[in-house]
Design a protein around this ligand. Sequence first.
Ligand code: NDP
Ligand code: MG
Length: 388
Amino acid sequence: MPTVRRSVALLGATGSIGTQTLDVLRREPEMFELVALSGGEQLDELAAIVKEFGVRRVGVISDGHRHTLAALVGADVDVVVGDEGLSSLAASADIVVNAVLGFAGLPVTLSALKAGKRLALANKESLIAAAPLVARVRSTPGAMLLPVDSEHCAIHQCLASSPGEPGYPDVRRLLLTASGGPFRGWSRDQLRGATKADALNHPTWSMGAKITIDSSTLMNKGLEVLEASALFDINVERVEVVVHPQSIVHSMVEYVDGSVLAQLSRPDMRLPIAYCLGLPVRLDHGWGAIDFTQDLELTFEAPDPMAFPAIGLAYEASRLGGAAPAWLSAANEVAVAAFLADEINWCDIVDVVARVMDGYVADPLDSLQDLVANDATARARAHGILDQ
Ligand code: NDP
Ligand code: MG
């Protein structure tokens, strides 16, 4: 089938999602043209991608990074800087992949939707923090928000058979699956001895460091509850977490008649990335294909709320509303960074977030300025707790 070649901006190109997206693009040169990129600290890697794909527009985080990159790629590549640079790149292609890490991805999410682009969103933190602001720009003509996060991509596929009325009246609940991470089954006592190497050793997925730590605390699943609520405009009370250690069922939708639709595949992020890029066309690479002639065990269990209180914090943040999800995500970013820098123990991560949330004062989120101020306040409180 002849297809129109679509331009792609890949922001956060040097990371785990970024490099897997490049793998998809390499195999589909007739369908997609990579026209814009961004990265953080890994400038040699970024320069190599610029050269391989012949990209002419690149975003970096500071003027210093701009000078270094310009020396590597030459003068005919336009290097833009900071949030403004990311915003302009996110408005410059048919499809925008937001693979930036953390709150820093916010300009990409808002700008792509405002410009009426297809946004393939891996960066859950921006949606969670800015849900009311994202809801406004989602209705821009042409704008389409597609989730790269495997659970939400699964739900997107399972909802395709639903008439899509607002609020999904025929859906009873969304069932988000969780691998349970490396510490599934560990007691609170055992968890006190968890090391960084243990926490980075995810049983089923290979991902960037921050989300791997989030998966070990199950904060990732808490964030995903908030992400699901924002993406599908559904109350968190209709979103449930189910631990499924094999990571084959990526999530499920239960309808009011008791029927459950699930999406299954082997765990490979190239599959949801390719789904978001190709829709309505499914790319023919078989990345997630399951061999049903081999033994396949699928088990499900409830998460342990005592050992993993992060999920409960996320539900509470949603009930509080306003800027509470932004506080939760910001405090978590600070705590995870401190853990990765060997400044705190694993158990301290969620404790720090809980203490920041204890101090949350209800604050509506009406503007970008509100959001930026709330993000800064939550970070300052988390740093204050870390300094004690
Ligand atoms: P990585 O840490 O591997 O990559 C992050 C990317 O963002 C890198 O290109 C990095 O640049 C860049 N970056 C980091 N900080 C900044 C900043 N302050 N400003 C601009 N760019 C920055 O993360 P992942 O790929 O694992 O995750 C990316 C996003 O996707 C996260 O939101 C994560 O939650 C989400 N996600 C990831 C999944 C996965 O399988 N990895 C699955 C589902 C969701 P550099 O490396 O050059 O410093
Ligand atoms: Mg996920």
